[in-house]
Design a protein around this ligand. Sequence first.
Ligand SMILES: *Cc1c(COP(=O)(O)O)cnc(C)c1O
Length: 387
Amino acid sequence: MKPATALIHTGERIDTGATPSLTVPIYETSTFIFHSVADVIKYQEGKLHGYLYSRYENPTVVAVEQKVAAVDGAEAALLFSSGMAAISTTLLTLLKPGDEILCSAAIYGGTFHIIEDLMAKFGVERRFITLADLADLATVIGPKTRMVWFESPINPTLRCVDVRTVAAACKKAGVLSVIDNTFASALNQPVLAMGIDLSMQSATKYLNGHSDVTGGALSGSKAVIAPLAKARRLLGGIMDPIPAFALGRGIKTMPLRVAQHNANALTVAQHLEHHRAIERVYYPGLASHPDHAIARGQMSGFGGVVTIDVKGGQDGAFRVFDKLKVIKRAASLGGVESICSLPILTSQYGLTDEELVAAGVSKGMIRISIGLEDASDVIADLEQALS
Ligand SMILES: *Cc1c(COP(=O)(O)O)cnc(C)c1O
């Protein structure tokens, strides 16, 4: 072989022999080799197990999808390059012109905008509904309704929706129920077991848990997932092998992480509840939370996000925000490091005073994603910032 050819063809497929690797390697390849035309034909006819192209499927990604399915108690799961890619693939695949989507008005901003701004262009009808509507769906579902989309707990108030009630009403009406389960994760809230058809998560948050991957996940029955898998090949939103590897590693410690996030967040919420510098603490695990009963009925842990309403409104919140040291000022949630954000400058940025009231968001709110530090260090940081 000439040097250039030798550089290309030597050492490419390392075989670990009789001692296979413990972990799934990163198959960082865009394509796969077929040995013959006969194999290509057999693959296309579904008679040969193999891979064709990494936009379709990749072994590392498939291995991690199996982990996600195990976490979610699902028959099948799919991974995407972001939570938004999972959302857009779902909407573009399962809705057509004339169909109506009922979406909770209290929803992730990206979800709201893709439904309101983008799906409108495809003739999909949208209705944004209240928490009261979600509790009484049978009277709200119309003849054109194809899908109900909601989340629980809801950002940043952590209001909760009765998941079983929504799932049952959708089932009865023959409508697909979809939940964004990002805040709770299936470990705290096993939504598929409660009758939900499709669970969507931003894998960027608790699934990966280390703030170093952007990803999305869908899980459900084989029948619900199959058309989404087919559409993902065309829409091109599959996760890459390297982030999939990192996500797979993150998932291995997910039960430990989620348990500790739950415990730390509850400790922090209880500590702050009667603090003299705080107007109100929002955490579904507190008896004072308006949806504590719903949360207790469907969550085994209440998650790692705590929202506080600081006395002194916007000025008070800005002051506390700037004084935090251990808790970093950053968007997102679900990672090892505690981070915080101001809803009026992030998820609710640009809303009018009336819209803020409708969303239950105040100007003094700080949303904190409680990490895995010692809870007493997080509390001490909040104490010095609130003093
Ligand atoms: C972050 C987030 C998303 C979007 O996920 P990305 O990974 O950022 O695309 C959707 N829903 C909720 C509730 C989120 O927190």
